[in-house]
Write a protein that binds this ligand. Sequence first.
Ligand code: GLU
Length: 491
Amino acid sequence: MSVRVRVAPSPTGDPHVGTAYMSLFNLAFARQQGGQFVLRVEDTDRARFQADSEQQVYDTLSWLGLDWDEGPDKGGPYAPYRQSERLDTYKPHVDRLLAEGHAYLCWCTSARLTEMREDQQKRKLPTGYDRLCVGKTAEQRAELPGYQETPVVRMLVPEDPPLHFVDLIRGEVAAPHPDDQVILKADGFPTYHLAVVVDDHLMGITHVVRGEEWISSTPKHLLLFDWLGWERPAFAHMPLLRNVDKSKISKRKNPAARLTWFAEQGYLPEALLNFLGLLGYSVPGGEEVFDFARMSETFDWSRVNTVGPVFDLDKLAWLNGHYVRELSAADFVERSLPFLQRSGLVSPMPTEAELALVNAMVPAVQTRVALLSELPELVRFLFVPEADFEVEEAAAAKALTEANGPVLTAAADALEGVVEWTAPAVQAAVDGALLEGGLGLKRNKAYLPLRAAVCGRAIAPPLDESIALLGRERSLRRLRAAAAACGSDVR
Ligand code: GLU
């Protein structure tokens, strides 16, 4: 039997990073097994539904290169893949469960349920539905308080539900005793629990690979599979991603929980994919840098971690820097342009001069950024119109002191004599004037005011390359202006 797995995001806002993490593991397994990976949209929670969320799921997964074989946008043999379009599919199964006594109607209002739960908590009793509606007709129930006309359908969970199951990652798992779960809501929509079982069955899903937060729901799902006479799929519950403080990653608390955040911040998809893989998986050699192919080729459930992986952004930045350095120059330019355009340094339709400068700066900057979003600040000095160029206050305060005026002037004077404006020629002129044989300064001390004058900040690409890229005229003008600001002569 061919392996079929799925990821089943709920379109309730910006996609969660967990959706990519689950997709990666599902897909790595599917590809290794020559199976299929299905994308199913679980949009039965109408209160939390957000219309643009589904498209964001497609965009972010595509950006990561996590391709699905079947889905709402692609179709497939089990279409439709959007649960809101499958409502007719669920109803007969609910009717069957009702007819066979595995489910019952419940007319309790939410106010009554809240009251019941508060009372149970107050009396330190286990919380759960008290079965007031079990065995009653609508008329009998209507006599009692907290009645609403449209009922929901609940599972009648037996005394001894299947609480133990074998998990591919964890081995034997024991889950808590479930409550009488609602499976059909008053609005006629199934809940997640019913829809997930019906769809996993009808779509031929062989392995359910999902987050560990669903372990406590698995007994309910097993009951439904059993009651409906369907074969149970295999289960693998992935450890939840955690913040550095070990709390669960949530979109409210951590921007990195939002999948769209990574592209905005200048992370490369290959770095994020490697990072997500590394969080949950160890490749046989134990190396930290690996790609999807390597993960998929070696995939083995026994290599999946069981302890909550920590979402360490420093580690991700390190990996990202690695992948940035690996890019070809042309690729680096292509991926950097949107960041330079967004920050206004390069036009939406780049001019030839802008493109030439972007291409020329690659060797000076490619090894110096971990995230592409760091780039605009680093190279701003090259692109700003001269009138807008300013030396950052902190850099100026430290470097443009009165004593440094002569240093700047000496550098400018030496640079006047450079014939061929290249980085080595610039370096030779500056060093000759300022280091041994010239003013006798140490390199760091000599370069500090120059960097502030030319680049406007303390952290910048190498000085010789910066000056070479900026060009003779603008470099000299900035050095002279800075010298003047230090109280030295203006020429
Ligand atoms: N719709 C569920 C979610 O948003 C899917 C859980 C599952 O994979 O069973 O996480």
